[in-house]
Design a protein around this ligand. Structure first.
Ligand SMILES: C[S@@+](CC[C@H](N)C(=O)[O-])C[C@H]1O[C@@H](n2cnc3c(N)ncnc32)[C@H](O)[C@@H]1O
Length: 258
């Protein structure tokens, strides 16, 4: 891939203290942080360049990785944290060419991860009950993923069921995934994988109880992920004081033949 910065690229400006500012390179416009610089001066530079703004301050300019992007994504609902996204894609066994249903789209953060993982030969069908969230997610996917012909967005309540059958994988990030199990079983193929993401212990218990009571699901497994960054600076080599101590529980189950 050509590393030079292009018109309309989303880029992070990173200052000396590693604070990050997500900007877009619009021709004829100026990028303003503390001081400014014409976007045209950046277009064509190699990604990873250090640029000087009118204030004299230098910034490192990089396209955001997925983990950089998600905390900066415009949003109205809580996104799935990148620390959980990786394990969810792996335990959910998403593969290139897979067909995947997503229930609850929020800002579209996880949608972008799914679209990347299934690739152009796959299919992602996202269900969202709120039109305003769907609009924001559509804008985020267009801005930070690009054209996605393999993506279908349905404005619908997942508790009313899914239109698809024979899908490989399903991800539910809604309050009561246990209520959707009968329709989830109808949509998933035998052997398919269901992944639920719920923030509280009561939701975890309700969801696992519902899965264990269902004849359509087996191999139920629940876990959470803890990610602790470290400071490695001179003789100060220790965990950072702050971390995201809790995000949500991840529940994985297989669609079994009755
Ligand atoms: C926490 S957000 C999802 C965040 C998303 N996974 C992300 O990473 O950006 C939950 C979403 O589920 C939607 N939702 C809640 N109940 C729903 C239902 N019954 N059917 C469809 N969508 C629903 C909410 O409107 C909200 O957008």
């Amino acid at each position: 891939m050509d590393s030079s910065l292009k018109e309309d690229d989303a880029v992070l400006f990173i200052d000396r203290k590693r604070r990050r500012y997500l900007k877009r390179l619009r021709r004829g416009r100026r990028i303003t942080i503390r001081g400014d610089i014409p976007a045209d001066e950046l277009i064509g530079l190699p990604e990873g360049s250090r640029v000087r703004l009118s204030s004299g301050e230098f910034f490192l300019v990089l396209r955001p990785t997925y983990a950089d992007l998600v905390p900066n994504l415009p949003r109205q609902a809580q996104v799935i944290y990148p620390k959980d996204t990786g394990p969810m894609l792996l335990w959910g066994d998403v593969f290139p060419g897979a067909s995947v249903i997503e229930g609850g789209i929020g800002a579209g953060a996880f949608t972008i991860a799914l679209l990347r993982a299934v690739g152009p030969a796959g299919r992602v069908i996202s269900y969202e009950v709120r039109e305003d969230f769907a609009r924001m997610a559509r804008d985020n996917v267009a801005a930070y993923f690009g054209p996605a012909p393999q993506w279908t967005l349905r404005i619908a309540d997942i508790y009313d069921g899914f239109e698809e059958t024979g899908v490989d994988r399903m991800f539910l990030d809604v309050a009561e995934p246990g209520r959707a199990l009968t329709s989830a079983a109808r949509a998933l193929r035998f052997g398919g994988v269901l992944v639920c993401y719920v923030p509280t212990a009561l939701q975890l218990k309700d969801t696992v109880d519902a899965l264990e009571a269902s004849p359509h699901f087996g191999e139920v497994d629940s876990f959470e992920t803890l990610l602790r960054h470290w400071q490695v600076k001179g003789l100060s080599v220790r965990p950072l004081h702050r971390m995201v101590a809790h995000s949500a529980f991840i529940i994985v189950a297989r669609r079994v033949a009755v």
